[in-house]
Design a protein around this ligand. Structure first.
Ligand SMILES: [Zn+2]
Length: 288
């Protein structure tokens, strides 16, 4: 674990640096506003080495927003992501959305305005696929496709013992409760949990949380499954009683918008995510 360093540059923008003997890699980089702190944290750890790779778990702004600034600092670094993420980042409307959300986030986290960047810098350089292994010298990273949060979600396994599960499996909040985060597919998210569970990783780095402590690691995957099932059952039950999507959202908010969620997530983001999960559950209802 001493070769894996938390270099997070700001709230909500977790980033970890992996130090091989020959090469180095960053796993996710956080939002645009995180870039100044992120870069100074990385520099402190790198010492005389350079940053070789930037692995992205998916194409959401809160995981990739700092890429243009990293590329400015380390022009030879390569951004590695799924084929679908590469396609998304070629679309001007996606880049515009990312820019808008990055600016909003800087305000939400009370940061200075973000520095100007070129959209062309925000892209995947090389595509990576399920089963790919990248050698950093005495240390390797394995790519594991784990869909459900997005169509480009990837998990990363370092040296067969430390897993960075993608957000498809859910994420741990500061209260240590697991929240579901399937946006594109509930059944794929469930499958992603099973894939991660089979690996039996010794250490888990939960999205937006960081290293899960030992006692929470034991039941981590069961809790991820429970989180999805709880949400799924709640939505299906209301739907069977004749509630429509917006009525389900109202009830969902009453039940799941707890104190912790209020602290960690703006209401608009909570509603958008909940809405997607409701739509996804209802859409997949007939395929269960
Ligand atoms: Zn995401």
């Amino acid at each position: 674990m001493n070769k894996i360093v938390d270099v997070t540059g700001g709230k909500g923008g977790n980033a970890f640096l992996i130090l091989g003997e020959e090469k180095t890699a960053l796993i996710d980089c956080g939002m645009a506003y995180c870039a100044p702190n992120l870069i100074s944290n990385i520099k402190q750890v790198l010492n005389k080495m350079t940053l070789n790779y930037i692995f992205i778990s998916h194409s959401h702004y809160d995981h990739i927003g700092a890429i243009p600034y990293l590329k400015e600092e380390w022009p030879n670094s390569r951004v590695l992501g799924a084929e679908y993420a590469k396609r998304i980042l070629n679309r001007s409307n996606a880049l515009q959305t990312i820019r808008g959300l990055s600016i909003q986030a800087a305000a939400f986290y009370d940061s200075d305005a973000i520095k100007e960047y070129d959209d062309k810098m925000l892209k995947v350089d090389d595509t990576i696929y399920d089963g790919d292994i990248l050698d950093l010298g005495n240390l390797h990273i394995k790519v594991i496709e784990t869909l459900g949060h997005t169509k480009c979600s990837l998990s990363f396994l370092v040296n067969n013992e430390t897993l960075f599960p993608s957000e498809s499996t859910g994420y741990m909040s500061k209260s240590r409760k697991i929240y579901p985060a399937f946006i594109t597919s509930c059944s794929q998210a469930m499958n992603s949990i099973h894939i991660c569970q089979k690996i039996k990783p010794r250490f888990i780095i939960s999205p937006h949380f960081g290293l899960v402590n030992e006692s929470d690691t034991i039941n981590y995957w069961e809790n991820c499954i429970f989180a999805i099932e709880e949400t799924q059952n709640f939505i299906l039950h209301l739907s069977e009683q004749g509630y429509n999507e917006s009525q389900i959202l109202t009830e969902y908010e009453k039940k799941f918008r707890d104190e912790q969620s209020r602290l960690e997530q703006p209401i608009n983001a909570f509603r958008l995510n909940s809405q997607s999960m409701i739509k996804t559950v209802l859409k997949e209802k007939f395929h269960l």
